[in-house]
Design a binder for this molecule. Structure first.
Ligand SMILES: *[C@@H]1O[C@H](CO)[C@@H](O)[C@H](O)[C@H]1NC(C)=O
Ligand SMILES: *[C@@H]1O[C@H](CO)[C@@H](O)[C@H](O)[C@H]1NC(C)=O
Ligand SMILES: *[C@@H]1O[C@H](CO)[C@@H](O)[C@H](O)[C@H]1NC(C)=O
Ligand SMILES: *[C@@H]1O[C@H](CO)[C@@H](O)[C@H](O)[C@H]1NC(C)=O
Ligand SMILES: *[C@@H]1O[C@H](CO)[C@@H](O)[C@H](O)[C@H]1NC(C)=O
Ligand SMILES: *[C@@H]1O[C@H](CO)[C@@H](O)[C@H](O)[C@H]1NC(C)=O
Ligand SMILES: *[C@@H]1O[C@H](CO)[C@@H](O)[C@H](O)[C@H]1NC(C)=O
Ligand SMILES: *[C@@H]1O[C@H](CO)[C@@H](O)[C@H](O)[C@H]1NC(C)=O
Length: 479
């Protein structure tokens, strides 16, 4: 009697557990619970952990520069293909605290500047800032481009010849990056008002690039740390007339807690003067924490034939350079600077073939962002961009440009990377594991229900076994 009570109890419990489990799975009650917990944690408020991470992001950011050392300058001026050797990395640790932080609009937005300081890391570098690199003399090319066809063209050309300023020159790596006084720029200041210093990162050390206004996530948690305005401009205009604009995203990637595979991540890069987007590519694991890898799809760089949306790449309008290249001349004081991926990865093969020494490959030259989908936290990111100069013969400067081919000459590429620090990774791992257990509660309940169901069925079958079999066994037992 007691036994059958237990059996039927198990049966009832099994049905209840199955109903409860299925109901919980269907209503996603635990999923919602976790989302709500995350929502509460991703609001920027004075004193919260999210805010201290926002003010002083703990993971170290490294900026690594690689230069292309030209080995055959005389031959290139005679019309040969350039032959370059990659040197570097020259590695800098990047410190980027938020400063002058002010809450606005009742705490729904927060204003800050984001100065970046670069400190050389000899142990992570191959070579020193005193290394010499032979490459294009960018100030000279800029001066030629700006003077061509103007009345003082001849004068500037003679000045360059007499001062021995050519298309190529040798430079100290530290100077080329952080700035040096250029003799030619100094000489022609009366004709062309320009800063007489030049450097690829001139005046970038310790300076900020303007006022940012971020959403705190108080109104909508999906807006957490999203940029609303930069230097008074709304960041929603996709193409501004200047072609220089920043859109959705904190430097790195736009931050959407609970990220999905279909999301497009907008990444702003002041080097590119525009933002590009990245799409889900694969699942990854960074220090044991699961993540989604987002990479810019090749359409982002494709030419107009393949992607008509890229009309914005063609500046001035209608002037397209081909897949993978972006003319950023207007953002660089009219220097003929062209941006691409390192080694012309994902660009037209023509540009790779034009220069000996280009070896594009996915692993090394792709921009990647790895994000934990549950929290939207950045696990690892690497932004990789190459700076090139557009070279061509300029009739008024025949002694400088010689018989050079028209080509896109690679000068340098950078890899700005960040990897989650071990402590944050451990914390995140614990959160993810806990969330996984909680999310699986309905399935655990269903499994227990099924188990009870099996026990119930087994017992019921045993009880219904005909008594005759038992009778047959009796002699065996008694003997
Ligand atoms: C945060 O609170 C501290 C102490 O109350 C205060 O000194 C600081 O100015 C506040 N920060 C902001 C950005 O409001
Ligand atoms: C600011 O927030 C407080 C408390 O949430 C609310 O009572 C007040 O109306 C808000 N003020 C404005 C201007 O939104
Ligand atoms: C940048 O500035 C910091 C502090 O002012 C200094 O320590 C560092 O050496 C500078 N970096 C470069 C590359 O000049
Ligand atoms: C780059 O090339 C120049 C000229 O050939 C050479 O003097 C220099 O040492 C090279 N730089 C590096 C870092 O190898
Ligand atoms: C930026 O984000 C907002 C809100 O999430 C969205 O409406 C807008 O379309 C985004 N901008 C671009 C250029 O995608
Ligand atoms: C665009 O790229 C494709 C493939 O690389 C090529 O066939 C086509 O000619 C290119 N179109 C233009 C306008 O450059
Ligand atoms: C790049 O853009 C500038 C300014 O818009 C233009 O003058 C120049 O001709 C363009 N360069 C190339 C190679 O198309
Ligand atoms: C940055 O990228 C380069 C290749 O583009 C690679 O050699 C280097 O290891 C990367 N640095 C980090 C810190 O991942």
């Amino acid at each position: 009697m007691l036994r059958s009570c237990c059996v039927y109890g198990a049966g009832v419990l099994c049905v209840l557990l199955l109903i409860a489990g299925i109901a919980m799975a269907l209503t996603q009650v635990f999923q919602k619970l976790i989302n709500n917990t995350i929502k509460k944690q991703v609001v920027l408020e004075n004193g919260t952990e999210a805010f201290s991470v926002f003010e002083n992001p703990p993971p170290p950011v490294y900026m690594q520069f690689y230069f292309f050392n030209l080995t055959n300058p005389a031959e290139v001026l005679d019309g040969d293909k350039p032959f370059v050797q990659q040197i570097g990395p020259y590695t800098y640790r990047e410190y980027r605290p938020k400063e002058e932080v002010k809450f606005l609009d009742n705490g729904t937005r927060v204003e800050a500047v984001n100065p970046k300081t670069y400190v050389f890391e000899p142990n992570m570098s191959r070579g020193s800032e005193d290394d010499i690199v032979r490459t294009v003399n960018i100030p000279a090319v800029t001066v030629m481009e700006k003077t061509k066809g103007r009345w003082f063209e001849r004068f500037v050309s003679d000045l360059m010849t007499s001062h021995n300023v050519g298309l190529f020159g040798t430079f100290r790596v530290g100077d080329l990056l952080w700035g040096y006084e250029d003799p030619l720029l100094k000489l022609i200041q009366t004709f062309i008002p320009m800063d007489d210093h030049f450097g690829l990162f001139y005046k970038k050390n310790g300076t900020d690039d303007g006022d940012y206004i971020f959403f705190t996530g108080k109104q909508n948690y999906q807006d957490f740390a999203r940029i609303d305005e930069w230097n008074g401009q709304s960041t929603l205009n996709w193409w501004s007339t200047e072609g220089c604009n920043r859109i959705n995203g904190t430097d790195g990637a736009s931050f959407h807690p609970v990220i999905t595979k279909t999301e497009k991540l907008y990444m702003f890069s002041s080097d590119l003067c525009r933002s590009i987007y990245a799409q889900y590519e694969s699942d990854v694991s960074v220090q044991g924490v699961p993540g989604f890898r987002f990479v810019p799809p090749s359409e982002v760089f494709a030419n107009l034939t393949i992607n008509p949306d890229n009309a914005g790449f063609c500046v001035p309008a209608g002037n397209c350079l081909g897949s993978g290249l972006l003319n950023v001349s207007v953002c660089k004081e009219d220097a003929p600077i062209i941006m691409s991926s390192p080694h012309f990865y994902q660009a037209d093969d023509k540009f790779v073939q034009d220069v000996f020494g280009m070896n594009p490959n996915k692993e090394e030259h792709e921009t990647v962002v790895d994000i934990n989908p549950l929290t939207g936290m950045l696990l690892h990111g690497a932004k990789r961009v190459q700076v090139n100069v557009y070279l061509q013969q300029i009739p008024g400067f025949s002694s400088q440009t010689g018989k050079i081919r028209t080509l896109v000459f690679p000068v340098m590429y950078l890899n700005e990377s960040v990897l989650i620090d071990e402590e944050s990774a451990k914390k995140l791992y614990a959160v993810v594991t806990e969330a996984n257990v909680i999310i699986n509660i309905p399935f655990i309940v269903i499994s227990v229900g099924i188990l009870l169901g099996i026990i119930f069925i087994v017992f019921v079958c045993r009880q219904q076994t005909p008594p005759s079999t038992e009778a047959e066994r009796e002699p065996l037992l008694s003997s």
